[in-house]
Structure formats: structure tokens, C-alpha cells
Write a protein that binds this ligand. Structure first.
Ligand SMILES: C[C@H](N)C(=O)N[C@H](CCC(=O)O)C(=O)O
Ligand SMILES: [Mg+2]
Length: 368
């Protein structure tokens, strides 16, 4: 199975509700979706949502990286030689991890098709379904309570509350939501780098003193501040998860060596794809650190790929794979299916995706 062409296109999907974090506010998911074509007429699907504030990647930079630098080297390569493809992919250029992730996902999709195996089985097949949380955007306490109650009515049992815009207001937000949803629901927080280390410790102590029962807190401090993250982890009881700090395998190696966090959030767009996500999961497992599989605001292509690792690997015990249900429509045919808070894997080879509706090819951007 040899690569003959890489088609580059995009989908623009409105969100059901504005997505707001301490880092950004958006109303639609803008996802680059690629198709890797082969001499066997199989197609591999991959995606890259440009999340500039987290990965540094824009739509134009993703397209240029695939079209001008990464893509041309792949033409003619055999999917059977996946180890060589992944080595060349990592060596092709520095950074540009979202572009690399799109290629990596499409290559694995084809590898699964070649060997007639669904990716979650290829990655270990530990389970065939998982529970995802639902993200509640940062807003007034009242609006967040309304959104949280709606999420419970839709069947979600784990809420990921966005905080980090104002520590005093964050305490009001979380207290109001805990009082409204009761004690059975799991509440995890994501500060998206919004606090400084001392402010984070003070705020988390307040959550603890109020008995708000927070499962864990994602990325309290700036991504580059590994010492600050360790300071927070060492000074609170609540578990701390590295997200933006846990970028790729090298950063995760450093975080684990420093014991700077209790948990790792793995995302394909930070790691540069599935092959690096597997390295991260294996390193974390070696150190006894549980992981969550996370996502950007992206289509079901990336969610199906991320869920394949989450289902495959035992050390991935949590999932924040809600992006596809935050979208007003789903252009991806096949892949994982959602039912309330459950994600079910497809048993079709690869990702199980057969087509992308409303996919707009970007003119003259194909690689042959
Ligand atoms: C969508 C997912 N639940 C999530 O919250 N991911 C964010 C970043 C997503 C974005 O800004 O596009 C995170 O975990 O920080
Ligand atoms: Mg996060």
C-alpha cells in the first residue's frame, strides 16, 4: 500500500454554544482534514485543528507544513514501513505538531486498514468504550450552573469546569455548581494557565476547605513554568494534571522526572500524533502516573484517533473527548459513536471513517 497523493481540505463547523476558556473564546471549529490516497484505493483520514494559543499552529501554517515540507517526502512510501514513516515525520521539521498529527493519524488509519484491524485493538484493546466528561465554558456562576444542570440532564456524570479568569470568581463558580449538582457528580477543573503558583495554591486550599471535592485540576499555571507547577503539586492535596505543559514526549519526560504533576493530559495535537502519544502513555505508566486523553475543538476524525489510544491503553483512565458533541453538526461518517456520556469504538479497520461531508478541498494545495 503506497502513498500516491495527499489531499488537503477543511471543515468549518459552528459550535452549539460559544466555547470560552482562560485562553480563548470561539464560536466554530475550524479543522483541517487531510486524505492520504494510496495505490490500493484506500484512503487514510487525519485532522489538525489549528489552536494557535496552545500549539502555535494556524490554519495556514498547518497547510504550508503539509504541502511544502512534510507531504512531498511521503509520496511513494509504503504504509507497511510505518516505523520509517514516523521517524521521517518527526525529523521533517521542528514543531508544527498539529500538521504532524494529521499525517500520523491518516497513516495509522491506513496501517489499520492494511492489517484489517481497528486501531483501538492495534493499540492494546484494553476496552471498547469509555466515559467522557463534558466541558462547561467559563462564564458567570449562574450561567455555568445552568449549563452544568443541562449536562446532567443529557446523561453526563463528569463535568470539566473551565476556570482561571479570576481566582475569587472561580471559587464562587465552583461552589455554586457543586451546590447545584450535588455530591455524586465528578467535578474536574481546567484553569488553562490562568493562575500564578501562589494564587493557585491559595485558591485550591479554598476549594479543599469548602469540601468541594475536586477530582483534579488541569494546568493551573503557565505552560513553561514547570517549577511553578511542581510548587502547586507539592503544596495541595488535590491532584494536579499537566496539560499545556505536557506538550510532547520530551516535556512529559521532564515533568515525570521532576514529579511536577500527579496526572498527564495527552493530546494528539500537542504530541504530534498517535506514535508520540503512545510514548507518553508508556512513560507515564512506567512512573505509575495515570493519564487522561484530551482533545482540541476538532472533528470526530481526531476524536476517533484519540479514543483509539484511550480504549487501547490501561494507563489512560480518563477521557475529555467531548469536542465532537460540542459541535452543532457532525460531518464525519463512521468512527466512534456517542451515547450520553459513553463513547463506543468502531470495529471497522483503522478509524472506521468512510467519508467527510461538506469537506472543502483547498485549491492547489494537494501533494502529489
Ligand atoms: C475541548 C476539550 N474539552 C478542552 O477543553 N480542551 C482544551 C483546549 C481546547 C481548545 O482551546 O481548543 C483544554 O483541555 O485545555
Ligand atoms: Mg486543558
Amino acid at each position: 500500500m503506497k502513498i500516491t497523493e495527499i489531499k488537503i481540505g477543511k471543515v468549518s463547523i459552528p459550535l452549539k454554544k460559544t466555547f470560552k476558556t482562560a485562553l480563548r473564546q470561539v464560536d466554530s471549529a475550524e479543522d483541517i482534514i487531510i486524505k492520504i490516497m494510496t495505490d490500493t484505493d484506500d484512503i487514510g483520514f487525519g485532522n489538525a485543528p489549528p489552536t494557535a494559543v496552545i500549539t502555535g499552529d494556524s490554519q495556514d501554517s498547518v497547510v504550508a507544513a503539509i504541502r511544502d515540507t512534510i507531504g512531498p517526502k511521503l509520496i511513494g512510501m509504503d504504509i507497511e514501513n510505518i516505523e520509517k514513516i514516523m521517524t521521517d515525520l518527526d525529523a521533517s521539521m521542528l514543531h508544527n505538531n498539529s500538521a504532524k498529527a494529521a499525517i500520523d493519524i491518516a497513516i495509522y488509519d491506513l496501517f489499520g486498514k492494511l492489517h484489517k484491524i481497528p486501531l483501538y485493538k492495534l493499540f492494546g484493546g484494553y476496552s471498547s468504550s469509555m466515559t467522557t466528561d463534558l466541558t462547561i465554558s467559563v462564564n458567570t456562576p449562574e450561567e455555568m450552573v445552568t449549563d452544568s444542570l443541562e449536562a446532567l440532564a443529557e446523561g453526563y456524570t463528569e463535568l470539566k469546569l473551565k476556570v482561571g479568569t479570576n481566582a475569587a470568581l472561580d471559587i464562587k463558580r465552583v461552589k455554586a455548581i457543586r451546590e447545584a449538582v450535588g455530591n455524586v457528580v465528578k467535578i474536574r477543573l481546567d484553569a488553562n494557565q490562568g493562575w500564578n503558583p501562589k494564587e493557585a495554591v491559595r485558591t485550591i486550599h479554598k476549594f479543599e476547605d469548602l469540601g468541594l471535592d475536586i477530582e483534579f485540576i488541569e494546568q493551573p499555571v503557565k505552560a513553561h513554568d514547570f517549577e511553578g507547577l511542581k510548587y502547586v503539586t507539592d503544596h495541595v492535596e488535590t491532584n494536579i494534571m499537566a496539560d499545556e505543559a505536557a506538550f510532547g514526549p520530551y516535556e512529559v519526560f521532564r515533568l515525570l522526572s521532576m514529579r511536577a504533576c500527579d496526572l498527564i493530559n495527552i493530546k494528539l495535537m500537542k504530541a504530534g500524533g498517535l506514535h508520540n502519544a503512545i510514548k507518553i502513555a508508556d512513560m507515564a505508566e512506567t512512573m505509575g502516573v495515570q493519564c487522561m486523553m484530551g482533545c482540541m475543538l476538532e472533528s470526530k476524525v481526531g476524536i476517533s484517533a484519540a479514543a483509539s489510544i484511550a480504549a487501547g491503553k490501561k494507563i489512560i483512565t480518563k477521557a475529555d473527548l467531548d469536542a465532537a458533541v460540542l459541535l452543532a453538526s457532525d460531518p464525519v461518517v463512521g468512527g466512534v459513536t456517542f451515547c450520553e456520556n459513553q463513547i463506543f469504538m468502531s470495529n471497522t479497520p483503522g478509524l472506521g471513517i468512510t467519508a467527510i461531508e461538506d469537506w472543502q478541498e483547498i485549491d492547489n494545495k494537494n501533494v502529489r
